[in-house]
Design a protein around this ligand. Structure first.
Ligand SMILES: [Zn+2]
Length: 318
């Protein structure tokens, strides 16, 4: 099969051995996959991952149990044991023995075929295109923010970062009716937020007042976190949506002095994400800046790091 692998270097292989499904798993033929910031970080050495990259995808079940055969599916990325203390207490996403598709201990979806646990699958409704379905995983991650903080119409909230994740989080929060602002530095990306009715402010034009109830940092940078500490009110909350690049230069004293709650936030509900995409509460199509045939995956990975791009999709369908 064709596959994009990360060993010492990133490599496109046209003849990688086909994966074989283990017990409780099925084989999915990938139709489209999305390149995520996490993929770019993995290439730089994050998690010391080795294997086939990729965790955002839609595909058709090629072999597995009769229930799933031929169905168009998306797949939760945490593969769990269902036996450990975390699994048994309802926190399976934090399973002690988990592997994570294309991120930790398990081959991902930048390939013609991928093996996944059947229990991780969700059928994609006909109302969603393949392009929309690829976004289920990141939209689910955006929804996790709602399960961790009680947003209401009176909540004053800010999203820092107008990239891939920031624009998804902004749309999800906007649906709660909260008083929302998105802060970024790319005019084209900020205008996408404005088109969805979210107030957008360029970081250079920001009047920084520590009066926000909650700030969601989607930059994954020390500068983004620092800005969040200056925007949040005393006793307010900062939600970290991106894996943090490092602590150098980060002012943790502000967290202590202003008694700020810092919440880490990762994967969320696929059902919520699928429903939101069907209802068009989250519009993802304007975020696709390029769709690239899978043969050109190396080129696509290089382009994904450029500021002008939001989401680049890999097309495995032909
Ligand atoms: Zn477990």
């Amino acid at each position: 099969v064709r596959a994009l692998t990360l060993e010492k270097n990133l490599q496109y292989q046209s003849n990688h051995p086909a994966p074989r499904a283990g017990e409780g798993e099925c084989l999915v033929r990938v139709r489209m996959a999305g390149i995520c910031s996490t993929d770019l970080q993995l290439v730089k050495g994050y998690m010391q991952f080795r294997g086939i990259l990729g965790h955002e995808f839609v595909g058709l079940v090629e072999s597995g149990s009769a229930t799933w055969q031929g169905k168009r599916v998306v797949c939760e990325i945490n593969c769990v044991c269902r036996r450990c203390d975390m699994c048994l207490s309802g926190l399976a996403n934090h399973c002690r023995k988990r592997t994570v598709l294309g991120i930790s201990g398990r081959d991902g979806c930048f390939a013609d075929l991928v093996c996944v646990p059947e229990s991780n699958l969700h059928e994609v409704p006909d109302a969603l295109t393949d392009e929309q379905a690829v976004f289920v995983e990141p939209v689910a991650a955006a929804y996790q923010t709602l399960s961790q903080y009680p947003f209401t119409a009176s909540t004053k909230a800010t999203v820092v970062g107008s990239g891939r994740l920031g624009l998804l989080v902004a749309q999800v929060l906007s649906a709660t009716g909260c008083k929302l602002t998105v802060i970024g530095r790319n005019a084209a990306k900020l205008s996408l937020a404005e088109k969805r009715g979210v107030q957008a402010v360029h970081v250079d034009e920001l009047a920084c007042r520590a009066d926000h109830d909650v700030v969601v940092d989607c930059t994954g940078t020390p500068a983004g976190f620092d800005l969040a500490t200056r925007l949040v009110r005393p006793r307010g909350s900062i939600v970290l949506k991106s894996t943090f690049g490092g602590v150098q230069g980060v002012n943790l004293a502000a967290v202590v002095v202003n008694e700020i709650s810092v919440l880490g936030s990762r994967c969320g509900s696929f059902s919520d994400a699928i429903n939101a995409l069907v209802r068009e509460a989250v519009e993802v199509r304007p975020m696709i800046t390029q769709t690239v045939p899978f043969e050109r995956a190396m080129e696509a990975m290089a382009a994904a790091g450029q500021a002008k791009h939001l989401k680049i999709l890999l097309d495995m369908r032909k």
